[in-house]
Write a protein that binds this ligand. Structure first.
Ligand code: ADP
Length: 444
């Protein structure tokens, strides 16, 4: 079968098997002939998000989501995107009713794809790329999955108890559906493994830290990698020439300092709880608050975990975790919403200042993800008063809504302030395809 909406000439067909070096001494052999599609899977504890891309032109062929897996009211939403007029998502299909587990979810996804002529049995499918949240210190690049890799992802479960088990379930299920197909793990932590030891270490007893793998790993790495590279492109420079502060502001939020294409610091730590104020997470907090909550308030460790991860941040301060709602309430004069906004902005400013110091020279500060791409007020407020750091926003440019990378600082500003939409699925697909289709070295 052929994808109809894409040109067929961009990738030369090669009939010879290609041997690709991967992590360590292992390698994978794959036939690259016309296999140009990559399925990207992001498996959460009760959800699976997916996209099927054609890597000849990076076009989306289909996208979708299975949510509430294991509950009575599971839901699959599938959007075919490969043939006009469905290219605008108009052909969206929905299934409701119990989907028992991840295996059933992936089978349902496979059925939906097959209905569009995009089945997982297609010879055009080159690989499946999995988002894996925690790769520890070992996985510094995208890695072809084998039993040993799965065992290591399993060994990392104690430092990623919510995410890695779900990622593994997705991997196991996908492998059982297409055991012959290369499956690639793309790690959220990989981009941050270049952090110098002094940025990655907590100042606690070294033996205790090492015994329990306690250090700063950082997350959202796929997004920080993609956005920092795109920012260099926007500036017309090579990534090695620019220093960038990336502010990934979604429901989860993290900042990173990227020097010449390499991450040198990031705000999330052992887990995604550290750093910026988020939708429901506190971000930075005095660790003694935890002892206090246990000793004085009598809360259990699980209750404190829930408080800091689910009931803090914007939702804890104001009752709402959605920045749109916070802004609406601020406009109405709501004091709690204003407090939440101010705490959020104050923390962001501190990180912009800190990472300016870490980088020494900053070429660009770039906003991305749901809040960063859409909330002009957040962008304006977080650089307000930072003229000494060379930062300013042009009100007219900042107000423009667009899905394209764009500069929002005035031409006269010393540091570029930009908005660069993130695309983690595309980044995962590109890294996966690069690994299985030839033996280029990846800049993870
Ligand atoms: P996730 O971390 O779940 O991937 P996203 O990057 O999609 O999150 O960001 C989701 C958040 O983006 C929402 O919770 C909302 O606060 C924010 N958001 C989306 N659109 C807007 C908007 N127009 N204005 C302000 N905030 C927005």
């Amino acid at each position: 079968m052929r994808a109809t909406a894409v040109p067929t000439t961009a990738v030369p067909a090669t009939a010879v098997p290609t041997t690709v070096p991967t992590e360590g001494a292992r390698s994978v052999t794959t036939h690259a002939t016309r296999a140009t599609r990559v399925l990207v899977l992001n498996s959460g504890s009760s959800s699976v998000k997916y996209q099927l891309l054609d890597m000849r032109d990076s076009s989306r062929l289909a996208a979708g989501l299975v949510e509430r897996i294991g509950e009575e009211n599971s839901r699959l939403v599938h959007t075919p995107l490969h043939t006009p007029p469905a290219g605008d998502g108009a052909g969206k299909r929905e299934r409701t009713g119990r989907i028992a587990d991840h295996a059933a979810a992936l089978e349902a996804v496979a059925e939906e794809l097959a209905r569009d002529g995009l089945g997982l049995d297609s010879p055009e499918l080159a690989a499946i790329g999995h988002r894996v949240v925690h790769g520890g210190l070992r996985f510094t690049v995208p890695t072809v999955i084998d039993e040993d890799v799965m065992a290591e992802i399993e060994r990392l479960v104690p430092v990623a108890p919510l995410h890695n088990p779900a990622n593994l379930t997705g991997i196991r299920t996908a492998r059982s559906l297409r055991p012959d197909l290369p499956q690639v793990a793309v790690f959220d932590t990989a981009f941050h493994t270049t952090m110098p030891e002094y940025a990655a270490r907590y100042a606690i007893d070294v033996e205790t830290a090492d015994a329990h793998r306690i250090r700063r790993y950082g997350f959202h790495g796929t997004s920080h990698a993609y956005v920092s590279r795109k920012t260099a492109e926007l500036l017309g420079k090579d990534p090695s020439e620019v220093n960038v502060i990336v502010l990934h502001l979604g429901n989860g939020a993290s900042a990173s300092a990227v020097a010449g294409g390499r991450c040198v610091d990031t705000s999330m730590g052992l887990t995604p709880l550290e750093g910026l104020v988020m939708g429901t997470r506190s971000g930075d907090i005095d660790p003694a608050v935890i002892f206090h909550l246990k000793r004085v308030a009598g809360m259990s460790v699980d209750e404190i975990d829930e408080l800091l991860n689910k009931k803090s941040g914007l939702v804890g301060l104001s009752g709402d975790n959605d920045m749109r709602e916070i802004r609406r309430r601020v406009e109405e004069g709501d004091e709690r919403a204003k407090l939440a906004f101010d705490v959020y902005i104050h923390r962001l400013k501190k990180y912009i200042g800190a990472y300016s110091a870490v980088l020494g020279r900053v070429d660009a500060v770039v906003f991305t993800a749901g809040v960063g791409e859409n909330a002009a007020e957040v962008r304006e407020a977080s650089v307000a008063g930072l003229e000494q750091l060379g930062l300013a926003v042009d009100a007219g440019r900042n107000a423009v809504r667009s899905g394209e990378p764009r500069i929002i600082s005035p031409d006269s500003a010393r540091v570029v302030v930009a908005v660069v939409p993130t695309d983690e699925e595309l980044e995962i697909a590109q890294q996966t395809f690069a690994l299985v289709s030839d033996n280029r070295t990846l800049d993870a």
